[in-house]
Design a protein around this ligand. Structure first.
Ligand code: NAP
Length: 440
């Protein structure tokens, strides 16, 4: 770190989700005396903790308490309701700050690139999860959930979250903070069968065991697997760790294969080795056609055998895509910005999903941020940049009504006050409602 005449370095972090908060914490540790401004598009912080983590996983959401502690440090500020590229450019941020760290995640859905993939009734996980979590971008989704069968494509934890939310009873969701519009729609829906379809086998699935087990413990739904698709044992070629992890998943699938599908009113049905070929329907989704697959040398190969599942909606949980913030180059995989160990250009860095793609647990973003913060410190040249004192007048001149931590606490208090029964909060689903609490 090279310092000039002025006080400590000024950092702008774009995105107030887990990656952004862990970056703030790590930069504060690496560069004591730094001023750290977390710029966020929404008036509310916490990113995927608020709008990605499932509404019935309130324990996971308690990580928010740690981020609140970071937000209350005297040298850390949230600058909310500011959209980079619309209200301020990255180049302008670079004029005000010694380093800019992008932490805005991978918010878009990987496309379901098959014929019929754009029919009404086909949704990506980002928009569907955003809908039931009251994310302002997706609150108006209005999904078609009027048939008894829904297909969820993908074998990751997001697919499990979606299947579980679709299968829980109103009583099971009573202590969640699911969006009011979503709990009403789900209460009216007549979904009896949710199919989770993976293009590989049960041992290649990316589910974690805790999430799988939870599907076996629902009040009104049973988890069902087809016994002929479940192997007897995990392969001896796997590492000891993989054998242990996959072995636990296999125990779940074996027990699901024993389940009586009619034991409860609803079913979550696992279907493996099937890749989507075409979504069928004229005005809307009526069914989806899959091709049977086998896995050869780690690659998915089609067998030519096809089958259909009748359904009223298809939700694809097959990964996410990054947005080319500031016109910056996106990787060939489409799920992150092109970067080297977190560096994009001198003074410009990236952390979290936007750096490494949408993978890992919440805590993975902590080590990720620590690595990038160490890199930033090693390369930092501190000038006498104005930081927020430069940014605020620019935003004011553009009539941007910024929000801060105190504003967030007002919005949160209003959401808690609006909650009924055992709900922890009743989330606002529009920016307008959030800003109205602030008299803006
Ligand atoms: P993920 O774990 O990467 O799973 C994506 C799934 O989509 C894989 O099964 C993948 O299959 C499949 N897929 C990709 N492209 C496909 C295509 N064209 N056709 C059919 N299937 C396709 O991603 P995720 O579920 O979105 O989760 C993202 C991250 O968040 C993960 O790290 C996850 O663990 C984490 N997360 C954690 C929790 C939790 O801990 N409770 C909850 C939600 C999310 P292949 O394997 O064949 O590529």
């Amino acid at each position: 770190m090279t310092t000039g005449q002025g006080p400590g370095p000024k950092f702008a972090i774009v995105g107030a989700g887990p990656a952004g908060f862990y970056a703030a914490e790590a930069l504060d540790t690496e560069c004591p005396g730094a001023e750290i401004d977390i710029i966020e598009r929404l008036p509310t912080p916490f990113g995927l903790i608020r709008a990605g983590v499932a509404p019935d996983h309130q324990t996971t959401k308690t990580i928010q308490d740690a981020f609140e502690q970071i937000a209350q440090r005297p040298n850390v500020r949230i600058v909310g309701n500011v959209e980079v590229d619309r209200d301020v450019t990255i180049a302008e941020l670079a004029q005000f700050y010694d380093a800019v760290v992008l932490a805005s995640g991978a918010p878009d859905d990987a496309p379901l690139d098959v014929p019929g993939g754009d029919l009404p009734g086909v949704y990506g996980a980002a928009e569907f999860v955003g809908w039931y979590n009251a994310h302002p971008d997706h609150a108006g989704l209005d999904p078609l959930l009027d048939r008894d069968s829904v297909v969820v494509i993908g074998n990751g934890n997001v697919a499990i979250d979606i299947a579980r939310i679709l299968s829980k009873s109103a009583a099971e969701l009573a202590t969640s903070d699911i969006a009011a519009h979503a709990s009403e729609r789900l209460a009216q829906a007549r979904i009896s069968d949710v199919h989770i379809v993976g293009r590989r086998g049960p041992l290649e699935a990316k589910f974690t065991t805790v999430e799988l087990r939870e599907l076996g413990e629902l009040e009104e739904a049973v988890a069902v697997a087809e016994s002929h698709q479940i192997p007897d044992a995990v392969g001896s070629e796997l590492s000891p760790r993989d054998r242990r992890v996959k072995g636990k998943n296999l125990e779940c699938f074996k027990s699901f294969a024993q389940t009586d599908p009619s034991a409860k009113a609803r079913r979550i049905r696992f279907q493996f080795n099937a890749r989507p070929l075409e979504v069928l329907g004229n005005e809307r989704v009526e069914a989806i056609c899959f091709e049977r697959t086998r896995v050869e040398n780690g690659q998915v190969a089609g067998t030519g055998e096809t089958f259909e599942i009748a359904c009223g909606a298809v939700i694809s949980a097959i990964g996410y895509r990054a947005r080319p913030l500031g016109g910056l180059a996106v990787s060939a995989t489409g799920d992150r910005l092109t970067n080297t160990d977190g560096r994009i250009a001198p003074g410009l860095y990236v952390v979290g999903w936007l750096r490494r793609g949408p993978s890992g647990k919440i805590g993975t973003n902590r080590t990720d941020a620590e690595d990038v913060a160490a890199l930033i410190r090693s390369e930092l040249v501190v000038g006498d940049k104005p930081g927020l004192a430069g940014l605020k007048p620019l935003l004011a001149s553009r009539n941007v009504r910024t929000t801060d931590y105190v504003d967030w606490k007002k919005i949160e208090a209003a959401e808690i006050a609006a909650a009924s029964g055992d709900k922890p909060r009743c989330k606002f689903a529009t920016m307008h409602e959030m800003l109205a609490v602030l008299g803006a």
